[in-house]
Design a protein around this ligand. Structure first.
Ligand code: BDP
Length: 657
């Protein structure tokens, strides 16, 4: 009997290192109450937070927070320094928020086992604005949200302020996010009514000490819908006056309001084109109203026309003629690719092409086209792929990251936005591993040079355990997950093979009478008996010409176009020989199969991770991986089954297992 008890206790202590968790803690440290000694030369709500975070969670030498009233050694704004003195650790910044970021940095070092030894850290963010975009609606639904209802309880605000708002702000501050657009880009005009501004102000009050500013998406026809004006023409005096008065009202309610995000003349939304005006006319009118208060306009370049022969070309065609025509406080918000958040797209050719206008990058964190909250895809490799793409706008090395951080062409403001994946689910993001995408977005917004591996390593250690037996294999799985998904969904540059509307499962052959052709998969894959893929070469739609040489030329040529983008740029014969020696058809079969194989391997690997983490989170991920393998098989079978009909005389039979 004795032996059994001892054995039982041992199993419990050694094999169950972490207590059960539902994921609500995110990557933040467990509240330990270490009573660390923390002092500061100043006091305000932000510094109080930094002190509290350290007091409860820091285990080590006393920490001294030093707010420098004059900028020490060129430490600006959000920047900070951490150094180890003899008996203390010193965090210095010229701003309170810099001290809080420094505190979170120190805690991260502790959580990842790197707090020992020398500390000589100097950090500055690469972007001024590190923003989440929430596509949240007044009724609590979230467009493309997969983690429950909106975090914002509009009905209860401003009177009732949920504690979740503080937790949200804390999580964001811990990774350096400093701005949030509260509502959907498909904006309900009500969001800038007085009633809703008071609600937004209550959120802004919670977020303020965490260094987070509130922004709102606005509907371009608000003067008509909210103000009863007969027009929303941006050159109409009454319209300009209406917006100026509205902006004044906003700042009287939210004094540190950040500005507007605008989706105009896109997917049926109103905009300046309705009045024969340009995007610049529209954006400048709003910018003029915001300018006296220091606000900005983030004007989206996500535009496409039902009649366009190549949707991928349109944003470039509409926006490049306007380069240099925007006011200083306008920044153009550009999605990573020219279509729409597909599992893989080449970078948007607007990056590098607009050289006299600030541009910002819009990434999607919510996995609209990447398995939503059911499938595991770590998106840092996808973000990195875009950020490190060379545009050649000013010779070699003009990467997207260099462009949007203002290093190639000067920018008055720099920013990066991520469409949030948060919701009311206990674990915030639906899939536990989707938390890593929120995390890495914030980390990249601070430093776009961080590697996906570094960030996965941090996130795993902070979220689960530092045990290498868990961290190393799971990190490997994360790093391979996006490529696996590309392979089982749409390899070799295919895009948009989704079933109608829900953007989850496959339906490459879907058509609907009278539907917009650019919302149907055949518009994108162009499969016929001659081959597969969209000809965007100089012989086709000529979208390649929107890229700078020498990239343009290498994309244009079948032999030099990277195979991961082959079918994006070329209509390729079925029997074309790929670099592997396989024909296109064989390669397609091979890619789909390797995607499926990878997911089965993830499932197997995860099963082996059971001893290292709590049962609750282990089971949650395990059951989602089961769904993912079933879905991957479906993707392979449906897509290959469909494409096979076009493939004339296959040199070998498709290897459908
Ligand atoms: C697409 C979404 C749609 C958004 C749109 C946008 O399907 O719901 O409104 O992007 O970014 O990806 O405006």
């Amino acid at each position: 009997m004795k032996t059994i008890i001892i054995l039982f206790a041992c199993v419990f202590l050694c094999v169950k290192p972490v207590c059960a968790e539902d994921g609500s803690r995110l990557w933040l440290p467990l509240e330990k109450n270490y009573h660390a000694k923390v002092s500061s030369n100043d006091k305000n709500p932000t510094i109080d937070i930094a002190i509290r975070e350290l007091q409860t969670q820091w285990k080590g030498k006393p920490v001294k927070l030093a707010l420098a009233h004059h900028k020490i050694n060129l430490l600006f704004g959000d920047s900070y320094k951490i150094s180890k003195q003899k008996e203390t650790i010193l965090i210095q910044s010229s701003s309170s928020i810099g001290l809080l970021y420094g505190a979170f940095h120190l805690l991260r070092l502790q959580q990842t086992g790197k707090a020992e030894g020398e500390l000589n850290i100097k950090e500055s963010p690469a972007f001024d604005l590190r923003i989440l975009n929430h596509w949240d609606n007044i009724d609590g639904s979230i467009e493309r949200g997969y983690a429950g209802k909106s975090l914002w309880d509009w009905e209860d605000l401003p009177e009732t302020v949920s504690p979740r708002y503080t937790e949200y702000a804390r999580a964001n501050a811990s990774i350096g996010i400093n701005a949030t657009v509260l509502n959907n880009v498909n904006a309900n005009p009500q969001f800038i009514s007085r009633e809703y501004l008071l609600k937004a102000a209550a959120l802004a009050r919670v977020f303020r000490p965490w260094g987070i500013r509130v922004y709102l998406s606005v509907n371009f026809s608000s003067p008509v819908q909210l103000g009863d004006l007969p027009t929303a023409d941006p050159l109409d005096e009454a319209v300009c006056r209406w917006w100026k008065d509205k902006v004044r009202e906003i700042y009287s309610i939210i004094p540190d309001f950040g500005g507007f995000l605008v989706k105009a003349n896109s997917e049926g939304l109103p905009g300046p084109h309705d009045f024969g005006r340009t995007h610049a006319d529209g954006a400048n009118m709003l910018a003029e109203a915001l300018e006296p208060f220091g606000g900005i306009v983030m004007w989206r370049a996500f535009v496409y026309d039902a009649k366009s022969p190549d949707r991928a070309k349109q944003a470039y065609e509409e926006f490049t003629p306007l380069d240099g025509k925007f006011r200083k406080n306008v920044i153009i918000q550009v999605k990573n690719g020219p279509i729409d958040f597909q599992p893989r797209e080449p970078f948007n050719p607007l990056f590098g092409a607009m050289q006299k206008t600030p541009l910002m990058l819009e990434l999607q964190i919510t996995q609209e086209y990447l398995g939503q909250a059911k499938q595991l895809a770590y998106l840092a490799p996808m973000y990195e792929e875009c950020l490190q793409s060379d545009t050649y706008a000013k010779g070699e090395g003009s990467t997207v990251a260099q462009i949007i951080t203002g290093k190639v062409f000067p920018q008055t403001v720099t920013a990066i936005a991520g469409v949030a994946n948060t919701g009311k689910d206990a674990n915030w993001t639906g899939h536990l591993f989707a938390q890593a995408n929120w995390y890495c977005f914030g980390r990249l917004a601070w430093n776009p040079g961080l590697s996906p591996e570094e960030m996965a390593d941090e996130w795993l250690k902070m979220t689960f355990t530092g045990n290498p037996a868990f961290v190393e294999p799971v990190k490997e799985m994360m790093l391979n997950s996006r490529e696996a998904m590309v392979n089982y969904m749409m390899p070799l540059g295919l895009a948009h093979l989704f079933a109608w509307e829900h953007h989850y499962g496959p339906d490459p052959g879907f058509t609907l009478p009278n539907a917009r052709p650019d919302w149907l998969p055949p518009y994108y894959h162009r499969a016929d008996s001659a081959g597969l893929g969209f000809d965007r070469t100089t012989n086709g739609s000529n979208a390649v010409s929107q890229y700078f040489p020498p990239l343009r030329d290498s994309l244009n040529c079948l032999e030099t176009c990277p195979e991961k983008f082959l079918l994006w740029f070329h209509h390729v014969p079925w029997n074309y020989r790929m670099h592997s020696g396989r024909t296109l058809w064989e390669e397609l079969c091979y890619k789909y199969q390797s995607g499926v194989d990878a997911v089965f391997a993830f499932q197997k690997l995860w099963d082996e991770m059971k001893p290292y983490i709590d049962a609750e989170r282990f089971n949650a991920v395990q059951s989602k991986l089961k769904i993912q393998t079933e879905d991957a098989v479906e993707w392979r079978d449906v897509c290959l089954g469909y494409f096979r009909q076009f493939e004339l005389s296959p040199p070998i039979q498709a290897r459908l297992p």
